[in-house]
Every structure is written in C-alpha cells, then in structure tokens.
Design a protein around this ligand. Structure first.
Ligand SMILES: Cc1cc2nc3c(=O)[nH]c(=O)nc-3n(C[C@H](O)[C@H](O)[C@H](O)COP(=O)(O)O)c2cc1C
Length: 446
C-alpha cells in the first residue's frame, strides 16, 4: 500500500495551522473584540479581526488597558490634536482592541493595504500580539478598491505577491507568525488557477477563497465549481486552504470540507447573526438567540465596547420581529438596554438569561465612562471649539519669548526634556510592538 505525504509549508512557532479549523470571518463592524470573544466561547477555532487599513494603524500608540485587560491601539485624530484646549476635549480614537489572554493565540489580524512598505510598517506594530497577518484581497467596496486595496489587488497580482513576500520576509519570519491571504474567485477558472499558483509561491501559510466573484452580491449563492481545483493547488504547494461563502454552521462546514477536500472553513454572516453556529452538535449546537444576545451584552460590558457598535451588533442578532428588537433600538445606554430587556418576556422565559445586579452595576459604570445615557455631557459646538482654540493660542503667545529672543538655560533644558520625553514615547510604541504579550506589563497602561 502506498501512502501519499503532502508537502506542508512550515507553521512558524507563534503562528497557527489553518488545517481542520472552522473560523470567524473578518467583518468590519461585526468583528470587533466582543464578537470575536463570543465566537471563541462558542467554539470557533480561530477568529479574524475586521480589516484595518495599514495607514490607520501606523502612528497609533499601543497601550495595555489594565481595566479591560485588552491591548488598545489608539490615536488622536489629526484634526486639532496639537492644540491643548481642543485635545482636552477630544477623545482618543480606538483603532484596534484585542484581548491577549482570551484571543491572542487565535487571532488573525487582517490588513488592508496596497503597498509592501506600509503593509510591513503597520504589521510590525501588531505582529507580537497576534497569531497571524492576513491580507484582504477580496473586499469589493469602493473605499477599499479605490485605493488599490481589497479586490483591486486581484487585478494587480504582481503587487499582491510583492506585498505577501515582503510580509513573509520582514514580519512573518522575525515574529515567527504566518502570513495569509483572502481572495475571491475570478470569472475564468484558468485565471483563478494562475493567481492561486503564484500566491502559493510567496511563502504564505494559508489562503481563504471566498466562493464569489467580485461583482457578486452577498445574497447570491456561493459558487463551488472552482473549489476543488483551488484546494488541490494549495495542497500541492503545502498551503492550508479555507473555504468561505454560505457556510451555515460547524456541521455544514464539516460536510463541505469533506465534499470539496478543503482544509477548513470560514463563516461570516451566519456567525454575525448567531455566533453559536460554531458549537458542535454534540455540545448542544446552536444556542437560542436570547442566550447569544445575553452573553454578547455581558462580553461587551467586559471589554467596554463602544455603545454604537454594541447596538449595531444587537441589531443583527435580535430577530427584527421580536418586541426586544424595538426595545433595544430605543435604548440610549447600556443601563437602559439591560433594564428594558429584563422586562421582555422572551428573556424572562429563556434559561441562563438573568440580567444580574452585577451586570446592572457594570452597565452603569460603563455608561459613566462612555458618557452616555444619564451621563451624557453636552458636546462642544464648532464655534465653542474655535473659541477655545483661539484662547489657547493667545495664552501660548503670551508665555512664549518674543521671536528672536535667545532661550535661557532653563528654557533650553525644559525644551530638551520635552523632546526627550516625546522621543521616549515614540520609542516605547516601537519597542513594545516588537515584544511578546508577556513582556509588556511595563508599557503604557490606561
Ligand atoms: C458586515 C460584514 C463585514 C465584512 N468585512 C470584511 C472584511 O473586513 N474583510 C474581508 O475580507 N471580508 C469582509 N466581509 C466579507 C466576509 O468576510 C465573507 O467573505 C462574506 O460575507 C462571505 O461569507 P458568508 O457567506 O459566510 O457571509 C464582510 C462581510 C460582512 C457581512
């Protein structure tokens, strides 16, 4: 009897093998931290974060958030942030939040990029915190394609390959994690074949095929015709192949993987509606929507999720015809949401859906932190911002020496100290990004 052994691209020490995995797809808005943690709770083997564009990550500060136990990549918006009067009123934007203990070893960061240099620069900032970097070469939305990113890269395969090669050499190798790519089908199977062959030669460890072409709408059924061919090319090259498109549950994924000979499967919209699609039938299969919603709210409270994002997700998870949907839509804060869902018969009937006093308290604290509901503070109008900026500029000009005045020794020393601090700050964000999660207790905490 002969046994066939297939070639396998080695999986780096800090990376993960996509083989045999059923995973959460990258989803802008729907793939934020609490959604990923919930998918993992229900048995997802790996989770992809939402596509984050290289230029958004470049320039962020990496902070260890000791309240939520997350790692936050944040930045001030460029608009007016240097002005102290405005900055005091301006929130730092959260670009990316991840939970190292609960997802770090199973999290793949998906990058939006059209340039090898900026891709490498951004990926280096987060590579120490994740199990892999995936390049989005499938998003058909104009915000992505207009910059040459996403599905536009399918039309520039040399550029796509050069991005992957740069990431493999300059990020995958030093950080010992895998680099992968997510693509769509091309119309002509011969073109898809050629593309997949060249992608497999770049040193990637995994490839996801979304079984739709770029112009296809999400509601159009996925096409399976090219799947076996793609899986075979990946297998020959030793690259793990994930299938994506209309995969409904773990059981469905397992059946499709067996039928088409692919290594794993990725689920998006079904998991957005109910993340318990990842749970094996033997462990209870899909949970009722009430249970998934209750658990989602709890997780959102744990990681201090943005209220707008939580509400958006609940809009996907609560069936539109349920009275709870209206209740949720009307809520203006976590406290209001919990108080009103508590009284909904659907939640009173459901098992394990008690909104405990602890949750009520957490909700109040989070409302206070986010300044929503009872804690909402009036926002500064444009005119007020302008006035504050003017006043600050006037104060500054009074304290500065007239132009041409020599700096005193004290002033010079203060300035030098300020410059050194600024430099140290920028060194911190570079240094810590190259460390491992365990090493980073000494980084900035908030
Ligand atoms: C809300 C939403 C956001 C998405 N964002 C991304 C993204 O950031 N990156 C990406 O590669 N695909 C993105 N997609 C596409 C999905 O990852 C997936 O390829 C597609 O939905 C097909 O899978 P499905 O049939 O299981 O929904 C998104 C899809 C949805 C529904």
């Amino acid at each position: 009897m002969t046994t066939t052994t297939h070639k396998r691209v080695p999986i780096p020490k800090n990376g993960v093998d996509y083989r045999g995995k059923i995973v959460l797809a990258p989803m802008v808005r729907s793939g934020e931290c609490p959604s990923r943690l919930l998918a993992l709770h229900y048995g997802a083997d790996l989770v992809w974060g939402p596509e984050t564009i290289d230029k958004s990550l470049i320039g962020t500060t990496r902070r260890v958030n000791s309240v939520t136990n997350t790692i936050d990549f944040t930045r001030f918006s460029s608009n007016g942030s240097k002005n102290a009067a405005i900055a005091a009123n301006q929130r730092e934007s959260l670009i990316y939040r991840l939970h190292p203990a609960r997802e770090g070893k199973q999290l793949i960061y998906q990058i939006g990029t059209a340039n090898p240099t900026t891709a490498v620069e951004a990926a280096k900032l987060i590579a120490g915190d994740v199990a892999g970097i995936d390049v989005n070469a499938g998003c058909p939305k104009p915000f992505s394609t207009s910059g040459g990113m996403g599905a536009a890269l399918l039309k520039t395969p040399e550029l796509l390959c050069s991005i992957l090669r740069a990431l493999v050499a300059e990020v995958g190798t030093p950080f010992e994690i895998g680099i992968s790519v997510k693509i769509r089908l091309l119309n002509d199977p011969a073109d898809t074949e050629k593309l997949v062959r060249s992608l497999c030669e770049t040193g990637i460890t995994g490839l996801t095929i979304h079984c739709r072409t770029t112009p296809m709408r999400p509601r159009e059924p996925a096409i399976r015709a090219q799947l076996r061919m793609i899986a075979n090319i990946c297998r020959e090259a030793g690259v793990a192949c994930l299938m994506n498109g209309d995969v409904a549950s773990r059981a469905d994924a397992e059946a499709l993987m067996a039928e088409y000979g692919v290594d794993g499967a990725m689920i998006a919209t079904a998991a957005e509606t109910n993340p318990s699609v990842f749970r094996a039938l033997a462990d209870g299969g899909m949970a009722p929507w009430e249970e998934a919603v209750h658990r989602y709210i709890r997780t959102a409270l744990d990681v201090h999720n943005r209220w707008g994002n939580t509400k958006y997700l609940l809009g996907q998870m609560i069936p539109g015809k349920q009275p709870a949907y209206k209740t949720m839509s009307r809520s203006k804060s976590y406290s209001e949401l919990i108080q009103s869902l508590k009284n909904e018969p659907a939640f009173q009937r459901a098992a394990n859906c008690d909104f405990s006093d602890e949750m009520v308290e957490l909700a109040r604290d989070l409302d206070r932190e986010l300044e929503i509901g009872a804690f909402e503070v009036p926002k500064m109008s444009k005119a007020e911002k302008k006035r504050a900026a003017k006043e600050s500029a006037q104060t500054e000009s009074k304290t500065l020496p007239p132009a041409g005045t020599k700096r005193t020794a004290d002033q010079a020393s203060l300035d030098d100290h300020h410059n050194a601090t600024e430099k140290r700050k920028s060194d911190v964000s570079v240094d810590v990004a190259s460390g491992t999660v365990a090493e980073q207790a000494s980084t900035i905490t908030v």
